[in-house]
Design a protein around this ligand. Structure first.
Ligand code: ACO
Length: 434
């Protein structure tokens, strides 16, 4: 454990009994009360549904200050990485802790690009799915199936196999994601082209067809690369915690990432970019915004402004600012500068940022608010949005999974509960039941 002992203790008093628990510190961020011995000493659990006050692990990868709107990967601000770096450099940083030098970078790029093809049998595996299946459903299955195709990298106790599995997933996930897309529209799969950078290769695998030469658009490739950087990691969010929890049982890395993808699909998490765009389309025009704002504020209406609010950010999501700019760049490039959805989005954002309800609850646009419009303008259908998120987040999940496996204090994740069901009772014969 690298946590700092602060020398302080937190005192818990229940009735006439008191206990003390050590307060630990990290390098930045709130201190934590170490309650790992709480049950042993007091016979009580803590109760924290949704883990709003619980640090589930010690980590060195990503830091968020939600009140200030700060996001750091290994200490580097997201704005700087998105402005000056590329996605594979970010992957290296997240996995190894430092930015690569030139040799390390070219070696890493080489290793990733030499793993981009998937087992040819994978193509046959796709045939089992309906063409109209949701791409996320197919992604969960395909990534889970990688353990059947690459069984030689599933021994998690072997550091070499862990590394090979990590490289394989970062390299193959764009190929699989593009295959998922091509399968859904009935077009032939496109093999990766290793001379291209990560984002360009993905765009080509998605949008090229055998009968035409594909012309890469560097503005779109750069924008996509930036979108990948923005989504690469986000500390202990729901899908990452899912990956860690699945991995804590010793499950193989491909299965853990499949679990993360399944969790990410939910509309409160990665599915929000799809939901946000659908909402913008439903609103349709600027004059209908007040009606939707009213619904979002109505306690009796389950409608929420998708793309607004965040569990951690109680300030402007720093990724949303970069996403907004990327959105403008892409729309200008593809000639959609006057896209009515963009007008609705900008006006909705303006109104919500000044509305008392949203101001008081600190509900700001999150990254999903502008990413949907951007991806749509690039040519992706809404059903692919969360797939792109999963593609980019894979490196974060892998980094967090590796950190957990390499942590000597790692144990199986096993939360407890506050039981409110029936206490012990005796079985009643069916003839005697009312
Ligand atoms: N629209 C309207 N009201 C909202 C919204 C919203 N988008 N988000 C939160 N609120 C309100 C809630 O009704 C609640 O009001 P109350 O205190 O009067 O009951 C209050 O704000 C707090 O909301 P919670 O749901 O308790 O906040 P929580 O931290 O649990 O939820 C979440 C965060 C899930 C992101 C939520 O804001 C939401 O559902 N947003 C829309 C979906 C979305 O955009 N998700 C993307 C998240 S980012 C990501 O995964 C990349």
């Amino acid at each position: 454990m690298d946590a700092r002992k602060t020398g302080k203790n937190a005192k818990l008093t229940v009735g006439d009994k008191s206990w003390e628990f050590p307060v630990l510190g990290g390098s930045i961020g709130p201190e934590v009360v170490d309650i790992s011995k709480l049950y042993g000493q007091t016979g009580m659990f803590t109760y924290d549904p949704g883990f709003t006050s619980t640090a589930s692990c010690e980590s060195k990868i990503t830091y968020i200050d939600g009140d200030q709107g700060i996001l750091l990967y290994r200490g580097y601000p997201i704005e700087q990485l998105a402005e000056h770096g590329d996605f594979l450099e970010t992957c290296y940083l997240l996995l190894y802790g430092e930015l690569p030098n030139k040799t390390q970078k070219s070696d890493f790029d080489y290793r990733i690009t030499r793993h981009t093809m998937v087992h040819e049998q994978m193509a046959r595996f796709f045939q089992g799915f309906r063409r109209d299946a949701h791409p996320m459903a197919v992604m969960v299955a395909c990534v889970g199936a990688l353990s059947a195709f690459y069984h030689d990298s599933t021994d998690i106790s072997d550091p070499h196999q862990r590394m090979v599995a990590s490289m394989r997933m970062i390299a193959k996930i764009p190929t699989l994601a593009a295959m998922v897309y091509k399968y859904s529209i009935g077009q032939p799969f496109v093999y990766p082209k290793n001379e291209l950078d990560y984002a360009s290769n993905f765009l080509r695998m998605c949008f090229s067809v055998p009968c035409e030469e594909y012309k890469l658009n560097p503005v779109l490739a750069r924008a996509l690369d930036r979108i990948f950087i923005l989504h690469a990691d986000h500390e202990q969010n729901a899908s990452t915690s899912t990956v860690r929890l699945a991995g804590s049982s010793g499950a193989n890395p491909f299965a853990c990432i499949a679990a993360g993808i399944a969790c990410l699909w939910g509309p409160a998490h990665g599915g929000a970019n799809e939901a946000a765009l659908q909402m913008l389309m439903e609103i349709g025009s600027v004059d209908r915004i007040p009606e939707f704002i009213r619904r979002a504020k109505d306690k009796n209406d389950s409608f929420r402004l998708m793309g607004f609010g965040h569990r951690v950010y109680k300030n402007y999501d720093p990724r949303a600012k970069i996403m907004q700019k990327t959105c403008h760049d892409v729309l200008a490039e593809v000639g959609h500068k006057n896209d009515p959805l963009l007008q609705v989005a900008m006006e909705l954002e303006r109104i919500a940022l000044h509305d008392d309800y949203f101001v008081e609850k600190k509900l700001y646009p999150n990254i999903d608010f502008y990413s949907g419009i951007t991806l749509k303008a690039m040519g992706f259908p809404t059903s692919m949005f969360t797939v792109l998120f999963a593609l980019a987040r894979t490196v974060g999940w892998i980094g967090q999974w590796r950190e957990m496996i390499e942590d000597p204090e790692q144990r199986i994740g096993r939360p407890r509960q506050l039981f409110t069901g029936a206490p012990r009772r005796d079985y009643t014969d069916i003839a005697k039941r009312k």
